[in-house]
Design a protein around this ligand. Structure first.
Ligand SMILES: [Zn+2]
Length: 97
């Protein structure tokens, strides 16, 4: 018996732990230092941009609103967000650079 996997439609967005200093793409004055988590967005060409958690928050708020609008458009009710991190755990693992 195999369970159908739910397609991940946010493959271009992830959380990573910086292994070395990164620049926040939204505000160059923001430091993302080694060990800090940051939001990573991969563009069409595969380039990654990093955002500190402060700058990521309004982006995630907007993305959540988009997701809610999609659900409304489809006439469905989606689950409340979970805050235990279980669903984002794989993407939260430390990665290189
Ligand atoms: Zn920032």
């Amino acid at each position: 018996m195999t369970m159908a996997l739910v397609k991940n439609i946010l493959r271009h967005v992830m959380v990573e732990t910086a292994m070395k200093k990164r620049r926040c793409h939204h505000n160059a004055a923001h430091q993302i230092t080694k060990g800090m988590v940051c939001l990573v967005v991969v563009d069409e060409r595969g380039s990654k941009t990093n955002y500190c958690s402060e700058c990521a928050k309004p982006m995630l708020d907007a993305a959540r609103n988009n997701l809610m609008a999609f659900a409304v458009g489809l006439g469905i009710v989606i689950e409340q967000a979970r805050h235990d991190g279980a669903r984002i755990a794989p993407a939260s693992l430390p990665t290189s650079s």
